[in-house]
Ligand binder design. Structure first.
Ligand SMILES: [Zn+2]
Length: 200
């Protein structure tokens, strides 16, 4: 239902001359509130899993990276698989850093914490899944970190330190997917990508 809503939103803002991203942001904000009651009626794990699919894509990309390296090196190693999975989700520590640290007073964080306290798991996943795209305050989701990780990965490859190549490369796939996701969902890159550290 949420996807249907977003789909309709895309069609309706397609021809607007104003910034799609700005429009989408305000629409999602008001949408989150008006849909709250109907969403609350949806029950079951299925809903939570559906909202978690963004993370599933990250893990799949990490595994793809491990598979690519296995083809390249002609060697199978279970440790590389686990390292790729960990590396593919590791960058999202940034979110916890934000929720528990410098962003703890933001409305988005307050909503997340409120649902967590009341154990409203479905609402929690829904708010995180919709809200995390609008969080432009992340410190280390930026192109400089991506550059550093690409350099580290290349360096590890130069010294034939394979687990390093697996880890840093898997982290790079995370950021690249987030950037692509921004472009598809928002029509532009969130401001956090162009900035080092938290917003001032
Ligand atoms: Zn991320």
């Amino acid at each position: 239902m949420y996807d249907r809503f977003i789909e309709l939103l895309y069609y309706s803002i397609g021809d607007f001359p104003v910034s799609n991203a700005k429009l989408l942001r305000s629409a999602v904000y008001s949408g989150v509130h008006s849909m709250r009651r109907s969403i609350a009626r949806i029950r079951g794990m299925g809903f939570i899993l559906w909202q978690s699919r963004h993370m599933a894509y990250h893990v799949m990309l990490g595994l793809l990276w491990a598979w690519f390296l296995r083809e390249l090196w002609g060697e199978f190693n279970l440790k590389w698989i686990w390292t790729a999975v960990i590396g593919s989700v590791l960058p999202d520590i940034d979110h916890f850093n934000y929720w528990l640290g410098y962003g703890r007073h933001d409305t988005y964080t307050q909503e997340v914490l409120a649902h967590l306290k009341k154990r409203e798991w479905r609402m929690l996943f829904y708010v995180v899944a919709t809200g995390h795209k609008l969080n432009t305050s992340l410190s280390y989701h930026n192109i400089y970190v991506v550059g550093i990780l690409i350099a580290l990965s290349a360096g590890a490859s130069f010294y034939d330190w394979r687990i390093g190549v697996v880890l840093f490369g898997a982290m790079v796939t995370h950021y690249l997917f987030d950037i692509a996701d921004d472009l598809v969902v928002l029509g532009e890159m969130n401001s956090n990508w162009k900035r080092w550290g938290r917003p001032r």
